[in-house]
Write a protein that binds this ligand. Structure first.
Ligand SMILES: N[C@@H](CCC[C@H](N)C(=O)O)C(=O)O
Length: 270
């Protein structure tokens, strides 16, 4: 049976967004991987399935998120900004990471991404460790920070972002046994009192043009380390996000969301 999807992106981090509210879709790891395939499928960094919220839930819709390797994940900041545009109104979204409030703004959306978590077992790490300055290093990258913003992130603050070999170090760190659920790997350079540059090697997707949760986790880590105060502008290869957070509070992320085209597909063919 044919069903509708939209191709969308947030700063070039691109999504196939399936509307499962009318016609339910049975998504599996293999099917998600096949749809995300840029050569044999439709192609995307993440596959998003929008469904009805459960009866009695205060949410307007539910959102499932699959990386291009097929793994299901808890959170995706850039896709969350696309949901008000996809649904056509401000929405409360039920995700595996909790309830997210997403409001449309000119050209995009502003989302409350919830409160970050810092306990070692909430990241999760394989064993107890300070997550603000971790006692771990990879080659000449010492003492990162770790933050869970619905999904797990490790953050390296470097002097010269252009000198980092992301494609080699990203997968090495993503799969390090210190991270039992794997990890999103953020490489950041402070470029101003409230300004960061960021490159993200995403768990299950590799290098992307932008990662919304990576921007949130990195801004939070920079504020916790007193490298800067919010709001923080995070410049990614695809463009800028504004992240605001103060200790004890929730994270607000604001940035663009783009609808590219609509299509139809028979998911049973994937
Ligand atoms: N692109 C996303 C993050 C998607 C999930 C991530 N790769 C993970 O495995 O946790 C974003 O914009 O946050």
């Amino acid at each position: 049976m044919m069903s509708r999807f939209s191709k969308m992106h947030g700063l070039g981090n691109d999504f196939v967004v399936i509307d499962a509210r009318q016609a339910p879709v049975a998504m599996t790891e293999a099917r998600a991987r096949a749809i995300a395939d840029r050569h044999a499928g439709i192609g995307c960094d993440q596959l998003i399935v929008i469904g009805d919220a459960e009866a009695g839930d205060q949410a307007d819709v539910s959102m499932l998120i699959f990386n291009s390797d097929g793994s299901e994940v808890e959170a995706c900041g850039n896709a969350t900004r696309c949901v008000p545009l996809f649904v056509g109104k401000d929405v409360l979204i039920r995700t595996r990471a909790g309830l997210l409030d997403a409001k449309g703004v000119d050209g995009g959306a502003s989302v409350d991404m919830g409160a970050p978590r810092f306990d070692w077992d909430a990241i999760p790490l394989g064993y107890p460790m300070d997550t603000l300055t971790m006692s771990a290093s990879w080659e000449d990258l010492p003492a990162p920070a770790a933050v869970n913003v619905g999904n797990p992130h490790v953050i390296f603050f470097v002097e010269d972002l252009d000198a980092v070999d992301f494609e080699r170090l990203g997968p090495l760190i993503e799969h390090d046994p210190l991270f039992p659920a794997r990890v999103n790997v953020n490489f950041a350079q402070v470029v101003g009192p409230q300004h960061l540059r960021l490159i993200v090697w995403e768990r299950g997707a590799g290098l992307t043009r932008a990662c919304g949760t990576g921007a949130c986790a990195t801004a939070v880590a920079a504020i916790r380390r007193k490298l800067m105060a919010g709001p923080v502008t995070v410049s990614l290869p695809g463009g800028d996000l504004e992240i605001d957070w103060a200790p004890g509070g929730t994270i607000r992320m604001t940035g663009p969301a783009t609808h590219v085209f609509d299509g139809e597909a028979d998911w049973d063919r994937f």
